[in-house]
Design a binder for this molecule. Structure first.
Ligand code: NOJ
Ligand code: CA
Length: 698
């Protein structure tokens, strides 16, 4: 493997070969021969593909094409100009992630197509078939017939072979912050869902029979499929419309004027991706989406640092303190003034807490001027480089540094991306000059310019500018209300965790997330990339501050989430007062944020998940096991431990009578010696979990 990595391009070139273009069908197989892709040019010149696994069709004949504003529909009348096949067997080392090394093995089919006539339109297709799925994209070559182009529709079909059971959220053009539905595909219909979004300018569902991606399915034959996209760089986000006859077709998120994509040839679309596995666990360890992104572009990565962090954050969501310093009539949600959270003094308290517990990062929200206008651009705007007068940022950074704590900056834009753009460079310079190396961004509110959508091309371009600005000023990005993740973290490893999920915050001010939610998102949203879910709430019932709201898990499950939810930025989200002196906090102190190895020990979508991960560069393992409303017992074999080594397992489990609803805070902490091959018996309460740290005895 290693020597192949040294010569990827040579290797690739050597193994590509041209085919006879009179053939209208070309077949390639995955490296292990299990998946087969067939490209077929129909008799009327429509490009089509099928995908099968071990001889059974997974995707039946599906057509490809576009509607272009300037020159009309582009999907038939093609001939094949050239066909090439090839194979790549490489591996690469990510800057951070759940695994030390990533294998990139695929077989490729590349086709050049052209319409007839004197000035034919040209369109190329590239398919990459991996052992666990397919990626394909359109490539518009430089040509006379298409120069500047407006894509009005992309007609990418996925012809399914049955009415599969799906885990889905609506195709909201602005938000991924939904609970997942679990229905047959034909039942995808948001019309009766009462989401209460009719008057929300920051939510928009155009088609009730469409879903956002990743959308994950189980076929009646027991296969698991997940549809998404990779390398969304200068294009619109893709949703999937569900049509009669088990047909899915791409529906791109539009610009305000209804166009989907503005482009200039040559250009390529994002990859359309289909994972196909025979276990749900294999979905979780797939690297297909990352492999379809470009290699790392950041040379010096010394400043990129996965970490745990605390924040002046939960106290804001619980309403103990406020984001804003001043009161402002008409601002959104937060009137402020009651007791500003981001003060120098409060930040120092958190810094002391972090220093005592070895937690590296501290997020401070509400530090900058403009929160009093949140959600009302008629009143004013956020300022991204001017602190409120009660927050001495220089002093806070200096104090943090003296205690080996790193400040995580915060840019809430309220969705006003154009305004943020106007201060972007100054804002990043400001943090850079202070030595701040991470910023959480946020787009909680309707996008401006008005009419643009969180997942349209406008925001995709905006996101790219932010990532690149981060790379220029050596700042990691943790985006909330982000553009969906598509693996760009390979190219820009400063793009760390992102939200784009119904995270912990919903428990503070809504019906919250039911116990099954965290058993679904690893198999859906998390397939796109790491989630800043913000786990670790110990005061589950919130009695003191929000008696009408609560978290819907046991305490032990909160600990297990540090392992089951992968993120290079992992928050210890609760208030320091709830952690101090708590025996279970030791797990959060110990758990890592970056890994050499990840094993899925068991998995049932929406039901349970048990994951073991090995800390980067250390012999320390951590296990997290979670369940939905059902209690469960698992016997786990520790066959991944090192031979001949003795370890001490710290066990953080649900108490005998624990129950997410009636007795969520009953927990037991014990420990025992373990070695390779031992069996651990896990017992999970309803809505519960178990966390285990396995640390070598020195
Ligand atoms: C929504 C984000 O998800 C949350 O984490 C943040 O605290 C608020 N916006 C304010 O920026
Ligand atoms: Ca959010």
């Amino acid at each position: 493997m290693k020597n192949q990595t040294l010569l990827p391009f040579l290797f690739l070139t050597l193994l590509f070969s041209c085919q006879d273009t009179s053939e209208k069908t070309t077949i390639i197989q995955s490296p292990d021969g299990v998946l087969k892709l067939e490209f077929i040019l129909s008799d009327t010149g429509i490009p089509q593909y099928t995908l099968s696994r071990n001889g059974s069709t997974v995707i039946d004949t599906s057509a490809l094409g576009f509607n272009l504003r300037e020159s009309g529909v582009l999907r038939e009348g093609f001939t094949i100009v050239s066909t090439q096949t090839g194979e790549v067997r490489e591996s690469w080392t990510p800057v951070w992630g759940p695994q030390k090394e990533i294998q990139d093995h695929y077989n490729e089919l590349f086709l050049e197509l052209a319409e007839g006539g004197a000035n034919p339109r040209k369109l190329n297709l590239r398919f990459r078939l991996f052992d666990d799925g397919l990626g394909f994209r359109y490539e518009f070559p430089k040509q006379k017939a298409i120069t500047e182009v407006t894509i009005m529709d992309e007609y990418t079909q996925f012809q399914l072979t049955g009415d599969h059971l799906a885990w889905w959220i609506p195709a909201d053009y602005d938000s991924y912050e939904y609970l997942y539905n679990h229905t047959r595909l034909s039942e995808v219909d948001t019309a009766g869902m009462n989401y209460g979004i009719e008057n929300r300018p920051d939510r928009f569902i155009a088609n009730p029979h469409a879903v956002n991606t990743p959308v994950t399915m189980k076929t009646d034959d027991g296969l698991f499929l997940s549809f998404h996209e990779a390398n969304l760089t200068d294009y619109a986000g893709m949703t999937l419309g569900i049509h009669p006859g088990n047909l899915m077709q791409s529906e791109l998120v539009p610009w305000a004027d209804g166009a989907k994509v503005h482009a200039k040839a040559p250009f390529t679309t994002p990859w359309r991706t289909i994972l196909v596995t025979d276990t749900p666990g294999a979905l979780l360890t797939s690297n297909l989406i990352l492999n379809l992104n470009e290699p790392n572009q950041i040379k010096d990565v010394s400043w990129i640092e996965p970490m745990k962090y605390t924040g002046i954050w939960w106290e804001l969501h619980l309403g103990i303190t406020s984001w804003s310093l001043q009161q402002q009539e008409g601002s959104w949600g937060d009137k402020g003034g009651a007791g500003h959270g981001a003060t120098t003094e409060n930040a120092k308290k958190y810094i002391d807490f972090n220093a005592e517990n070895g937690i590296r990062g501290l997020l401070v929200e509400g530090w900058n001027q403009g929160w009093e206008y949140w959600g009302q651009d008629t009143l004013g705007y956020f300022n991204f480089y001017t602190p409120y007068p009660d927050f001495d940022i220089e002093e806070v950074v200096k104090y943090a540094k003296s205690k080996n704590v790193a400040l995580i900056g915060h840019h809430e834009t309220g969705g006003q991306a154009d305004h943020y753009d106007s201060q972007l460079e100054q804002a990043f310079k400001f943090y850079h000059n202070l030595g701040v190396k991470a910023v959480k961004t946020g787009y909680a509110g309707p996008v401006t310019p008005t009419g643009e959508r969180h997942h349209g091309q406008y925001m995709v371009r905006h996101q790219r500018r932010v990532i690149e600005m981060g790379a220029k000023y050596q700042i990691m990005i943790d985006a909330h209300e982000p553009v969906k993740q598509t693996g760009l973290r390979r190219t820009f490893p400063n793009l760390m965790a992102q939200e784009g999920v119904r995270g912990m915050e919903y428990n503070a001010w809504s019906d919250g997330n039911p116990p099954s939610h965290t058993c679904i998102i690893p198999f859906t949203r998390m397939l796109a990339g790491p989630i800043d879910y913000t786990p670790g709430i110990f005061d589950i019932t919130l009695d003191k501050y929000k008696p009408d709201n609560r978290v819907h898990t046991t305490l032990a499950k909160q600990l297990a989430l540090y392992v089951t939810i992968y993120s290079p930025l992992q928050m210890a989200a609760d208030l320091p007062e709830n952690y101090r002196g708590h025996p279970a906090f030791q797990f959060i102190r110990d758990v890592a944020a970056d890994w050499d190895d990840t094993r899925i020990l068991n998995a049932g979508i929406g039901q349970y998940l048990t994951v073991a991960r090995k800390e980067k560069g250390k012999s320390r393992w951590f296990i997290g096991s979670i369940t939905n409303e059902e209690p469960r017992e698992f016997a786990i074999t520790l066959d991944f431990l090192e031979e001949g080594k003795t370890y001490r397992a710290g066990i953080y489990k649900d108490g005998e009578t624990a129950h997410w609803k009636d007795n969520p805070m009953a927990y037991i902490v014990t420990s025992m010696e373990v070695k390779k091959g031992d069996t651990l018996n896990l017992k999970l309460a309803p809505g519960g979990g178990q966390a285990v740290s396995i640390l070598p005895v020195e």
